[in-house]
Design a protein around this ligand. Structure first.
Ligand code: BMA
Length: 382
């Protein structure tokens, strides 16, 4: 009798401890905490994001502590973006010559100052050894033909259409691709703060998959192959990193609903829905297309409980002085977006803000609005 009573008391205690732990913040994974934080921030305003912000900018390169954003508005971007392209080859530097050691350092710094990190992966073509972009395929394909003839029958069809197939289970490059995923996982596993706690981040592979320029894009693989690619990547990386990754899926401007549904990896596999939306053509075309895409995607994100962001944007080389506040911002303000991320300020092309640009004053004014968020505005929002 006595033992039974003790057993009941112990069970009750254990249950209440477990329940408490589940409702306790610390019991949530870092990824869940980041998702909740992003959801809060999405209600509060829109964060500015910038790719490769701390590595180089307009007229400078590799100066520690420097940032075009900081130089213009006195704060770092709420979201900083980094790219792992090249890590799959075991390279020391990524495709834009940024050492992976520095990428890790800057990820830690951004996290510790209270900012958010997002990571993309412009990996090489595993079948041909060319870049992620199809343009570079034609010549390489001719050169690779003798090799392609030697490998499996399935790889003899024109390369742009079979790279994805070749890396799926049963494909000639499957084993190689798994080693690539392992290299990505190995690097991501090293992202820890100064106390040794894992840093959560947004991971955004296979983006712009509705365009034809990447080897995983439209016309380069079937819808089913694309979904298998997503699942393979996610399941492999999640074996060790599911607690720290917020998974982001980003189509490019020009979303066709039926195509979007056909390639969608699944609501349970995506946390953040993004749109990559650059202005390449006329302002009128951009506004029409971008507004339509934002309407459609925002609706989808809301109905399916997903975060929503403009995961890449910009107008190359700042040809329009009031682009940020006059063209982009009004469209964004009609939608509930978490952040807008400008691509890199490289020497040959730039997309983000920087002192000295024609767009500098406009951006600076917009940065003062209460709903434009940088690190200092978000660091207390946990
Ligand atoms: C593209 C360009 C390239 C760059 C790539 C990855 O949009 O900026 O020059 O290599 O992104 O950052």
């Amino acid at each position: 009798m006595k033992t039974t009573t003790w057993l009941i008391v112990a069970t009750l205690l254990l249950t209440s401890v477990t329940l408490q732990a589940r409702t306790d913040k610390s019991a949530k994974t870092p990824a869940q905490q980041l998702k909740e934080r992003l959801a809060k921030l999405q209600k509060r305003g829109i964060m500015y994001g910038h790719h490769d912000d701390p590595f180089y900018g307009l007229g400078w390169e590799w100066e520690e502590g420097r940032s075009d954003t900081y130089a213009l508005v006195g704060d770092y971007p709420g979201v900083m973006s980094f790219d792992l392209g090249g890590i799959e080859m075991g390279d020391d530097k990524n495709l834009d010559s940024v050492p992976f050691i520095r990428i890790r350092e800057e990820i830690v710094k951004q996290h510790e100052r209270g900012g958010i990190v997002t990571i993309s992966w412009h990996l090489r073509n595993p079948l041909l050894g060319t870049t992620a972009w199809i343009e570079s395929d034609a010549k390489a394909y001719d050169e690779a033909l003798p090799y392609l003839r030697k490998i499996k029958q399935e790889d003899k069809v024109p390369a742009p259409h079979n790279t994805v197939k070749s890396i799926l289970p049963g494909g000639s490059q499957h084993a190689k691709f798994l080693t690539w995923l392992q290299r990505v996982s190995d690097f991501l596993s090293t992202l820890k703060d100064s106390k040794g706690k894992p840093i959560p981040f947004i991971f955004r592979p296979w983006h712009e998959y509705n365009g034809g320029w990447f080897w995983w894009g439209k016309g380069r693989c079937t819808d089913d192959q694309f979904k298998q690619l997503w699942i393979l990547t996610q399941d492999y990386i999640n074996r060790t990193l599911s607690d720290v990754i917020v998974w982001s899926c980003s189509p490019n401007l020009g979303v066709v609903p039926q195509e979007f549904y056909s390639r969608w990896p699944g609501d349970e596999r995506v946390d953040l829905l993004g749109l990559d939306a650059y202005q390449w053509g006329t302002e009128a075309d951009y506004i029409a297309q971008c507004s339509a895409d934002l309407d459609f995607l925002e609706d989808y994100a809301q109905q399916h409980g997903l975060l929503f962001a403009m995961t890449e944007c910009g107008y190359k080389n700042s040809p329009d002085a009031t682009w940020w506040s006059r063209v982009l911002r009004p469209m964004m303000d009609k939608h509930n977006l978490c952040y807008f991320l400008a691509w890199r300020n490289a020497q040959h092309e730039h997309f983000g803000c920087a002192p000295g640009l024609a767009t500098a004053d406009d951006f600076k004014q917009m940065a003062k609005w209460k709903t434009t968020l940088f690190v200092k505005d978000i660091k207390k929002v946990k």
